[in-house]
Design a protein around this ligand. Sequence first.
Ligand code: FES
Ligand SMILES: [Fe+2]
Length: 439
Amino acid sequence: MLTSHRSGSHQDIRQFLESVIREDSKQGLFKVHRGVFTDREILRLEQELIFQHSWLYLGHNSEVARPNDFITRKVAGHPLLLTRDRDGKLHAYFNTCSHRGAMVCREPKGQRRAFYCSYHGWAYNDLGHLIDMPGRDSMAPGLIENGEMNLKEVPRLAEHHGFIFVCFDPEIPSLETYLAEAGDVLKLMSEHGPNGMEIVGGTHEYGLGANWKLIQENSADAYHTSTTHASYLEYVNARDGARPKVDPAVSAGWARDLGNGHAIIESEGAMPWGRPSARWVAGWGEAARAEIDEIREELIQRLGEKRGRFIALGDRNTLIFPNLVVNDTLAITVRTFYPADVDRVDVTGWALAPVGESASSRDRRMRNFVEFFGPAGFATPDDVEMLELCQEGYRNQTAYEWNDISRGMLKEVPAKSDELQMRVFWRQWQNMMLRNQED
Ligand code: FES
Ligand SMILES: [Fe+2]
């Protein structure tokens, strides 16, 4: 038995990490030890070895579209402040005052040329420069001028087709290199509308009692759709007109390894729901049909037959290592999640939509989005329950140590309902956990 009763020594953890994945490509077997979901030392190492050395999603360009727009957000435990300066350049600051540490910005978003710390009133401009403070005369000479007390910028900030990422490690390769083929998927997401894309509506924030990696597994798991989401599918079929039910035994679509731990599952036209851009279903009515045909035609005109049709008629769930999900199915959701504890995860989700789409199209999109992805929708509560059941089941680790993630392993092109995308995640996870450790 691969024991979780480890002594906690470095060597011991290294041995554990080396053996937590059992892969036999001849037999088509891939097993992950359940201790990775329950061991607090593993969580500590993930925070140190994965989250501090990966490019992490911070926000979307549209959320800071104008000069002096800002958003605040927590990324891997760091409270950050993202703002666009007077010249349009983006800055990601650690949201902490250089005086005695209070967060200099408390609001989730807004537009502001300067940030005033509410504790003692130190003021910073859009370039992060400390510009003033109450009782300046009593301060050491040069305290403002020498720049040492300016807001600190996150070591790396980069944007890819509207998606803004940060990284706390100054050494790792560029965002473009890191994203590998996932870069093209994000580009494809940016092409849904002729005028670009925007984050709309509010933010979904919810927590659940499961390990964070279970969200990554679940977010591109077509195998669970017809069981976990049976009631949603029944509802969609009843409301939108009968389309074939998704059968997990049917190998619809395919899965692709996008490199560096990123993966995607895709299909074209196989899923039963309507896509606002642009796959019509009967429940939307004849009036919507003409508009959806128009949206599809615009995509084809602008991007060519193949890419235009693929965007319009396809469905895709994308996993960007370690914790970004961009799912383009019945709406587009962008989702990140961070561990609050080994068995607790905090999830944040946003809807991404074409800038300037019609009110009727936006309405179809947001209904789909809230109904499926909303924390009180038809699907997310089902997922939450399943992941909490998994976490609870892991209490039986002495009886059952291994998860099986072998599905489709012997196929040349695994289907959407196979588990290639999870194996891609786990290999990268193990690589980083071993590679970044000091010997
Ligand atoms: S902590 Fe910010 S002004 Fe004192
Ligand atoms: Fe689900």
